[in-house]
Design a protein around this ligand. Structure first.
Ligand code: ZN
Length: 252
């Protein structure tokens, strides 16, 4: 071991490391963990990036060597992952399954509105450019609430059920849930998907007001309420993960 690598061994381990993978700069997070037994490399969902866990007594040198030995694996994993698409002027966002171009309109009143030009649908965002992403996200959440409330009440009326509240969140692992108290929670990102997917999720959680399980009686009721059940499930399986690449990543 050379003098330099020995001295680095005892240097403090930085929180992040900028490396080049496949010609692209990539930030790798480094974290020491008191109970880690070995070096591990993880690639989180879209937005969180790769991270290396370093065991007690570990070093930056070893972390670098570990990263190098897993370079091919990491490159192929990152290439397979859809890239994050932050909300910005000139970018795009799907709204109710239709791709819209994002246009910043500083001089106009109002906050966010839909329009179309010769190239297709546009979502226009007024105000300061630094608030564009937040303003668009807030607007999408309001639209999601509007569509979900309408869909929930439509399906609830079919089975004479009454949800106690409807909440919007941004969970990574699920699109909706129903609490034992009758509170229905949904991902606001459903507003990005085709309307039949949002409608299905509303029906799914409403059906849980009758059956708090996924046994055949639940699915029977759900298919009666929502004939698109199979199609919507298939859409989510194929495309659900890609809904997380849009805008800022979730707070949950
Ligand atoms: Zn369920």
């Amino acid at each position: 071991m050379s003098f330099f690598s020995r001295s680095k061994r005892f240097a403090q381990i930085p929180e992040r490391l900028d490396v080049v993978l496949d010609g692209e700069p990539v930030t790798v997070r480094l974290r020491t963990h008191p109970r880690a037994r070995r070096y591990t490399l993880r690639v989180g969902r879209a937005g969180s990036g790769p991270s290396i866990t370093i065991p007690p007594g570990g070093s930056l040198d070893h972390a670098l060597a570990f990263l190098e030995s897993h370079r091919d694996w990491l490159e192929s994993r990152l290439n397979a992952m859809p890239e994050d698409r932050p909300f910005a002027d000139g970018g795009v966002v799907p709204i109710r399954g239709v791709e819209h171009r994002i246009r910043h309109r500083p001089g106009r009143r109002g906050t966010v509105w839909l329009e179309a030009d010769s190239r297709g649908p546009v979502v226009a965002v007024a105000g300061d450019p630094e608030h564009l992403a937040r303003r668009l996200t807030d607007w999408l959440k309001r639209e999601a609430r509007h569509d979900l409330e309408r869909a929930v009440f439509k399906h609830a009326a079919k089975i004479d059920a009454r949800p106690t509240a409807i909440r919007l969140r941004d969970p990574k692992g699920r699109w909706g849930s129903c609490s034992s108290k009758g509170t229905l929670s949904f991902s606001w990102r459903l507003i990005l998907a085709p309307p039949m997917v949002l409608d299905y999720l509303a029906a799914h959680e409403v059906a849980h007001l009758r059956h708090m399980h996924h046994r055949p009686s639940f699915w029977r009721l759900l298919r009666e309420m929502c004939p698109d059940t199979g199609r919507a499930e298939a859409w989510l399986k194929a495309n659900g993960a890609s809904l997380h690449i849009w805008g800022a990543s979730g707070e949950e």
